[in-house]
Design a protein around this ligand. Structure first.
Ligand code: C5P
Length: 221
């Protein structure tokens, strides 16, 4: 069977990475978390004192930055120039600044190029905001994962609790809404459902149900 490209897009905290990892595992595909790449360069810019809306400075920074994924338990680990940033890039300071960095033209151009290289051979599940609409327009399977903002805030609240982060649920709801607005209204490749993507609303579905539904779609593709 042919090794496909599977694009999974959607708003913040819709469950993309959890589902994408499971689906990749089911087919023996690689999993690529493109949000982690935007988070990684945001983390490095914050460390380096580079302004988060200075596209030229960010481009120069990115040119000398290695972002790598390595296998790890229970999760894939993320490295920036050999420093492990798996936890650091999920902290609220990065989360609340990443959309500013992700709106910069040359940052998107550079990361899109890296993402296309990673996906070129197929056999990949890539999650993000613009994978089906821009990074991999010819992906054989495109999923647009959505859930109500209340449900997403609750999921994020539970995830955070496990990481020792205790942001109140109302604050999370507001942060998610703000990030979605920024990601959907930016000029370059905004968050949008590709015309040929299949929408899956996960609000009242379990993870198992969502994975089963997507696995079926892939088998039929
Ligand atoms: O998926 P995650 O929440 O980790 O993504 C973090 C941020 O990275 C998003 O809010 C968005 O600003 C940016 N992003 C993007 N394009 C992608 C993936 C993520 O702009 N393909």
């Amino acid at each position: 069977v042919k090794a496909l490209q599977v694009a999974i897009d959607g708003p913040a905290s819709a469950g993309k990475s959890t589902v994408a990892k499971r689906v990749a595992h089911d087919f023996g595909y690689i999993y690529c978390d493109t949000g982690a790449m935007y988070r990684a360069i945001t983390w490095k810019a914050m460390q380096s004192g580079v302004a988060l809306d200075d596209d030229a400075a960010l481009e120069a920074l990115l040119a000398k930055t290695t972002i790598a994924f390595r296998a790890g338990e229970p999760e894939q680990r993320v490295y920036v120039d050999d420093v492990e940033v798996t936890q650091a890039i999920r902290q609220p300071d990065v989360t609340n600044n990443v959309s500013t960095v992700a709106a910069q033209a040359t940052v998107r151009e550079a990361l899109t190029k890296r993402q296309r290289e990673i996906a070129a051979a197929g056999g990949i599940v890539m999650d993000g905001r613009d994978i089906g609409s821009s990074v991999l327009p010819n992906a054989e399977v495109k999923i647009f994962l959505v859930a109500s903002v209340e449900e997403r805030a609750e999921r994020r609240f539970k995830d955070n609790a496990e990481k020792g982060i205790h942001t109140p649920i109302d604050v999370l709801k507001e942060e998610i809404a703000v990030r979605d607005k920024k990601d959907s209204t930016r000029k370059i490749s905004p968050l949008t459902q590709a015309t040929d993507a299949i929408k899956v609303d996960t609000t009242s579905l379990s993870i198992d149900e969502v994975v089963a539904r997507i696995d079926e779609i892939i088998k039929k593709a």
